[in-house]
Ligand binder design. Structure first.
Ligand code: EPZ
Length: 426
């Protein structure tokens, strides 16, 4: 796609950071929480909802099903009293894969759903076989026609034991939302333990569900007849926080992040301290500054509580200026190194070998025109831009807007020279 007359993000490196950044509500908690409103007719109230492209896409999807929403001050209200439809179109799903999260709740509430099969994306094939296998185990019947998944539950879903090959985050969330209204008990084995999965389970329990084992690999759900709408506050975004924690490593200076949950970042904080960032916890605040030159390390991504794959691109940018050679192993997605090619354009020295990236630290990164390939890759380019000589131009920044609320404003406020303008590079 030509970058002519579209908007790019410009970052002039070399400006030390100083000040406070308020962390927003978590995108990956907000999306399943919005899908869960399908499970109970009535008005839900959400606080700390992040204003992101993906959130507005999910709200658009809910409206197409028949829901309404309104926002007043810092509260979003979603009313799902009447849901006449049960389809998520291909156009919507290609914009946001997380649309698949309406499958389970639609099946539970309406007994049917028609959702476009998400295609692959820039980080891998992204199949949904675990979702479908789990729904079938609960008694659903599904067929694939013209790129759509048609799922029906002729009778009420019934509880089952489902064991995932991999602790898939959205598959765990989808099955949990289908099982809460099923007849009998459901056990999800090898379940995802991410804080966003725990948050969804806690929201469902507030709605009247009976879920135990949240945060462990075995989730047990006793089906109930009906659920009620609730008011809930979205948990902080640990990936946004982890991204900003790394910024002083590239730009220098010091940042204080507020409205954070440090417990969700313990593995990340330990790794950043090992690299040489000084990170202090104080309640819901985290302070980060670069103590000395950055040390190389080994990073291996893993399901929670391991190092998050969603921070892999960002730590690659950080390690590209370490004083030595680092190794990054991506174990969650099969193709999540697209950002390496863009970082190389800025002078990073990265060799890729399958799931492994070898990052030889360089003294300087040079500004260059680069392009964002996916949400977290774009965040790694922003970090690299903060630590590069000159003005970096990042194209295709709609990826950023999907997952980072007010990034330009937040970074400008703490001294970064960052602005949006028409793209200049051909
Ligand atoms: C969620 O995606 C997140 N998205 C992703 O964040 C995150 O990277 C990922 O979990 C891993 O933490 C949301 O929560 C909306 P998975 P999800 O199912 O659920 C394979 C971001 O940047 N798999 O845990 O799609 C899959 O291919 C996004 O915010 C199957 O094989 O991830 C992958 O290799 C990017 N079959 C692995 O499991 C399935 O049916 C983990 O995927 C499902 C998944």
């Amino acid at each position: 796609m030509s970058t002519q007359n579209s908007t790019c993000l410009f970052i002039e490196g070399g400006h030390k950071l100083s000040g406070e950044i308020k962390i927003s509500g978590a995108k990956n908690a907000a999306l399943p929480a919005l899908a869960a409103t399908i499970l109970a007719p009535g008005e839900f109230l959400f606080k700390n909802m992040p204003w992101l492209l993906d959130v507005s896409t999910m709200l658009e999807l809910l409206c197409r099903l028949g829901a309404h929403y309104d926002s007043l001050d810092d509260t979003l209200s979603v009313d799902t009293s009447v849901l006449e439809h049960y389809e998520a179109s291909y156009e919507l799903v290609t914009r946001m894969r997380a649309s698949i999260l309406v499958l389970g709740p639609l099946l539970a509430r309406k007994g049917k759903a028609r959702v476009a099969l998400p295609g692959g994306c820039d980080i891998g094939k992204r199949p949904v076989n675990f979702h479908l296998k789990g729904l079938a185990a609960l008694g659903a019947k599904y067929s694939l026609e013209k790129g759509y998944i048609n799922v029906k539950a002729p009778r009420r879903l019934r509880g089952a034991e489902i064991i995932f090959d991999f602790p898939s985050v959205t598959a765990t969330e989808n099955i949990m939302m289908a099982a809460v209204l099923a007849r009998g008990k459901t056990i999800i084995g090898n379940a995802a333990r991410e804080p966003e999965v725990v948050f969804l389970g806690e929201m469902l329990n507030l709605m009247g569900a009976k879920i135990k084992g949240l945060g462990t690999e075995n989730i047990v759900i006793e089906g109930v007849k009906e659920l009620s709408p609730v008011e809930i506050t979205i948990i902080p975004d640990r990936i946004e926080a982890g991204t900003y924690l790394m910024a002083p490593g590239l730009a220098g200076g010091e940042l204080i992040l507020t409205h954070v949950n440090p417990h969700h970042l313990s593995t990340v904080i330990a790794k950043l301290r090992e690299i040489g960032l000084e990170i202090e916890e104080d309640g819901d605040k985290l302070r980060s500054r670069r103590k000395r030159s950055l040390k190389p390390t080994t990073v291996r991504t893993a399901p929670y509580p391991g190092f998050p794959t969603d921070l892999q691109a960002q730590i690659m940018a950080l390690l590209s200026k370490a004083s030595g050679t680092s190794v990054i192993v991506e174990t969650v997605f099969e193709n999540r190194f697209k950002h390496a090619e863009e970082l190389r354009r800025m002078g990073a020295d990265i060799v890729l070998e399958g799931q492994v990236a070898v990052v030889r630290g360089v003294k300087k990164l040079q500004a260059a025109p680069v392009k964002a390939t996916d949400l977290r890759a774009s965040a790694s380019l922003v970090l690299a831009g903060l630590g590069a000589d000159g003005v970096t131009e990042i194209a295709q920044i709609n990826h950023l807007k999907r997952g980072y609320e007010a990034l330009t404003e937040k970074l400008s406020k703490v001294g970064a020279k960052i602005w949006e303008a028409p793209c200049q590079a051909t």
